[in-house]
Write a protein that binds this ligand. Structure first.
Ligand code: AMP
Length: 395
């Protein structure tokens, strides 16, 4: 995305810089429980601080549906950011109007203020021109660094960008560089690993990936719909009955293109998802009776080692099983380990999507992966070839 101006090219000294960040982070009882997205914004913020900008941060958090709701306040994130930056971060209880304006007036060079949740105003998600104007009125320059939000045409992504001199932050540029490499220029062999719950969520990206990949691994509950389409028994596993034909068509298209598809050859099964003690391994592909597939089995894990280690580009989205339950996390963790090993040996490994990111992080191997995307939805839409309105607005 060379046509995007980098924040490095802006003269920010003494200027009020509105930065759209993605601080849509998980929180429990007012404490940030995963600060990956906050950490990922630090390179841009540090650059702006060191260059004497007055920094105004805006973000959304959760789905407050256009009304103030203390549950979705960004105030705890301001505190957390302050610890990470090792300097005070002011907080304003509104993102537009007098409270925001006063907070911005108080900024000196290098100061940072985080404004309250954009989605407390319904105008944000409607990309309302008046609301975009109010946001733009707070600043001299605009920097977009919220990769996780650029697939939405909202006031803080599309609207405001058109009203101010603008640039992309370092996180956005890094996301577009790595995902762009996967999309347009993957070094071969290119392996995609797609898992998670639903075929319907990922069908478009699967179709797009078929045109590029050499090998496609399908795991997670999604795999059962594919196995069903091949006539296998799937017991009581999660199957999308209305997607069985789609799965069959996809396998046919893959065969026609010479893409190797790897489906699980065995499974970890249980009699009830909340009863890990009932877990047992199948002897083959079929899942009989009332058994429910919750993870790929040992043979399937073994079958993935060589394809992962011989790939030069790997894109991974979606877990291999219900990895939130420790007993069912082995397949996902083993894939994470092998992907990290492949990256160490020089492959470009890009992980996208909240759950696979959490899985990689739980193995402690996140720093070995070439790039972990902060945007699940945005990374899939980008790979599907869809326009990202928040990026278009910067061009
Ligand atoms: P996604 O958001 O589509 O990537 O799906 C992630 C979710 O898929 C996680 O919450 C997993 O628990 C779930 N998942 C993965 N494998 C299975 C499975 N075999 N049965 C039910 N859910 C699964």
């Amino acid at each position: 995305m060379s046509q995007l101006k980098s924040v490095k090219e802006l003269d920010v000294k003494g200027k009020r810089v509105l930065v759209r960040v993605d601080y849509n982070v998980p929180m429990e009882k007012g404490v940030v429980t995963d600060d990956t997205r906050v950490r990922c914004s630090l390179p841009t913020l540090t650059h702006l601080i060191q260059n004497g900008a007055k920094i105004i941060l805006v973000s959304h958090l959760g789905r407050p549906k256009g009304a103030p709701n203390p549950k979705y306040s960004l105030a705890p994130v301001a505190q957390h950011l302050s610890q990470l930056l090792k300097k005070p971060v002011a907080f304003a209880p509104d993102c537009v109007g007098a409270l925001a304006e006063t907070a911005v007036k108080n900024l000196r060079e290098g100061d940072v203020v985080l404004l309250e949740n954009l989605r407390f105003h319904p105008e944000e998600e409607k990309n309302d021109p008046g609301f975009s104007k109010s946001l733009a009125g707070l600043a001299d320059l605009f920097v977009q660094d919220a990769f996780g939000a650029v697939h939405r045409a909202h006031a803080s992504t599309a609207g405001v960008a058109k009203l101010l001199p603008r640039a992309a932050g370092f996180l956005l540029l890094k996301e577009l560089e790595f995902l762009g490499r996967v999309k347009d220029n993957p070094t071969k062999p290119f392996l995609a690993i797609v898992g998670g719950a639903k075929v319907s969520d990922k069908i478009e990206v699967l179709e797009k990936l078929l045109a590029k990949v050499d090998t496609l691994v399908i795991g997670g509950a999604m795999a059962y719909t594919f196995l069903k389409s091949q006539g296998a028994s799937t017991g009581k596993s999660l199957v999308e009955a209305d997607k069985v034909d789609t799965a069959a068509a996809l396998l046919k298209a893959a065969a026609a293109k010479g893409v190797k598809v790897i489906l699980p050859k065995d499974h970890l099964v249980v009699t009830a998802i909340d009863d890990p003690a009932s877990a047992s391994e199948t002897k083959g592909t079929d899942i009989s009776g009332d058994w429910i597939g919750v993870d790929i089995g040992p043979q399937s894990i073994e079958n993935l080692v060589q394809p992962i280690l011989s790939a030069k580009t790997i894109f991974w989205n979606g877990p291999m099983g219900i990895f939130e339950v420790d007993r069912y996390a082995r397949g996902t963790r083993e894939v994470a380990k092998r992907a990290a090993e492949a990256a160490t040996k020089g492959a470009t490994v890009v992980v996208g999507g909240g759950d696979s990111v959490a899985a990689v992080q739980s193995t402690g191997l996140a720093d070995k992966i070439s790039h972990i995307s902060t945007g699940g939805g945005a990374s899939l839409e980008f790979l599907e070839g869809k326009e990202l309105p928040g990026v278009t607005a910067l061009q």
